[in-house]
Design a protein around this ligand. Sequence first.
Ligand code: BTN
Length: 247
Amino acid sequence: EDCRLCIYGEVASTNRTLRELADEGAKEGTVVLAKCQTEGRGRRGREFYSPADTGLYMSILLRPQMEISDLMMVTAASAAATAEAVEAITGTETAIKWVNDVYAKGKKVSGILTEASFSLENGSIDFLIVGIGVNVLEPEGGFPESIQEKAGAVCQRDQCPEGIRNVLAAEIIKRVLSYYRTLPERTFYPSYKEKMLWMGEKIFVHTADKKKPAIAVGIDDRCSLRVRYEDGTEEILRTGEISVSHP
Ligand code: BTN
């Protein structure tokens, strides 16, 4: 397997470190793994809490030849791969919150931030960075107050096998690359769909200024979410954010 692993202590963000390596010509399959991040980033400009010792922070470099509209597939496949890896290594049952958050016992245990870089010449995809963060253990003293209600960990402190972060990282990399290589066949799709939270249930679709109540009807074969609003109209969401509890 062509995978080069670069291990760091503290970095600002593994996505940023890997972007620098990619700009210098790093190959597909290059992985950056760090002990902690000082500026871990999440989707929508949010911060990703990244302390040492309790979390796993890594980024995987891909150089896909695909339509830009298919990039979402890589993110969805990575979420399925991460959820499965967590289950395989820890035995903790996982679910996926559309688009790509991994949940366990009703709490978010992993987030994925995919960033693309486009070629200036023809606008095609130059490279893709899949950044994956996993809360392996709950930090001593708990998660910060701002995320306390939502955040969870994949392992209990007293039941956590030694060296789990390395084993989990290896399993995630293996599964992400395997789904990536079989992306045209959508091998990740049954697992992604099967793990999807809240299908058929009442949710809220987040828009710029409000949260609109809707029913999550289902996921289509491009991993888009079909929702039905209270007035009976339907919409197919390519990306976005949903929740189940009103603020
Ligand atoms: C989210 O939940 O909104 C996505 C979180 C993604 C976090 C990971 S940790 C490794 C990589 N480096 C970052 O700065 N972010 C991603």
